[in-house]
Design a protein around this ligand. Structure first.
Ligand SMILES: NC(=O)c1ccc[n+]([C@@H]2O[C@H](COP(=O)([O-])OP(=O)(O)OC[C@H]3O[C@@H](n4cnc5c(N)ncnc54)[C@H](O)[C@@H]3O)[C@@H](O)[C@H]2O)c1
Length: 261
């Protein structure tokens, strides 16, 4: 019987898709600290190896593997390797995103390329690993969406900066949020929970956003600022842990009150 007061991921085999970006690195830190046996999978093995080495040096159980989310064969091969090596999958975090579309007027091929990973690849991933966890009789899927999956584009935020927001992102993040509800319903009686978190904008200390953007963005939130990447991890750990065994189909906003204001 799972302990509903346990936030620990000790003993749980978790696969995180996408781990080298701003949020991905913070999630690796959070899941590793919570005790998960973590397999981080994305396309760039070299960057992943560096990440895993620094996590292992801190005593974390972090492995890396390579996957192309745009290929079902690649996903199935990853599943087979993880089952052969670890014997089970207890949870996945879908954190990967592809950003090929450069602006509203971009060629439609960029939209199609985005959908290959962010729509088709996303579904192929959750189906491959959802079915694997359903066979075992338990599991948790956490999808990383964005507040942009719920609200429209606000051009005022970007005025006078080189920043912009691409339309494909609003489409596939919105789709991710509602597909999460479908998946939660599909897998519910198989004891596989499916939830989504919707972070607000994350401050990038390595390449800070324009000052004008930061000031306007802060005013749109209740807390007066962007998120720091480590602030997202606790919610993902919670949704993977036994502390959330009765939560499924939920969309958890982690946006400093942006979408509630
Ligand atoms: N950065 C933000 O402000 C912000 C805000 C809200 C939500 N998010 C979401 O958080 C998640 C991570 O964001 P990030 O800024 O760290 O992203 P990022 O672009 O820095 O990293 C994305 C990751 O996805 C992986 N990836 C892309 N295509 C892939 C493919 N075909 N196969 C396998 N892996 C692939 C990349 O290798 C990388 O590890 C995304 O879902 C993003 O939409 C980010």
């Amino acid at each position: 019987m799972p302990d509903p007061l346990s936030f620990s991921l000790a003993g749980k085999v978790i696969i995180q898709f996408g781990g080298t970006g701003l949020l991905g690195r913070a999630l690796v830190d959070a899941l590793g600290a919570a005790g998960a046996t973590l397999i981080v999978a994305s396309r760039n093995r070299e960057a992943l190896e560096t990440l895993a080495a620094s996590e292992q040096a801190r005593g974390r159980t972090v492995h890396v593997d390579e996957v192309d989310i745009g290929s079902e064969e690649s996903l199935q091969a990853l599943r087979d390797r993880v089952l052969a090596e670890h014997g089970r999958v207890d949870g996945i975090v879908f954190n990967a995103v592809s950003r090929p579309m450069k602006g509203y007027s971009a060629d439609l091929d960029q939209w199609r390329e985005s959908m290959d990973v962010n729509a088709t690849g996303f579904f192929a991933t959750v189906r491959t690993f959802g079915d694997t966890m359903a066979d075992k009789g338990s599991g948790s899927i956490v999808n990383i969406a964005s507040q942009m999956g719920t609200i429209g584009m606000n051009p005022w935020l970007y005025e006078g900066t080189s920043m912009s927001a691409s339309p494909d992102y609003f489409f596939h993040k919105g789709g991710m949020i509602n597909l999460t509800r479908y998946l939660a319903s599909h897998y519910g009686e198989m004891n596989v929970r499916v939830n989504v978190v919707s972070p607000g904008g994350i401050y990038n200390p390595d390449q800070p956003q324009a000052d004008a953007f930061l000031e306007r963005y802060g005013k749109m939130t209740m807390l007066g600022r962007m998120a720091d990447a480590p602030e997202i991890g606790g919610s993902v750990v919670f949704l993977l842990s036994d502390a959330s065994t009765y939560i499924t189909g939920a969309n958890l906003a982690i946006d400093g009150g942006y979408t509630a204001k």
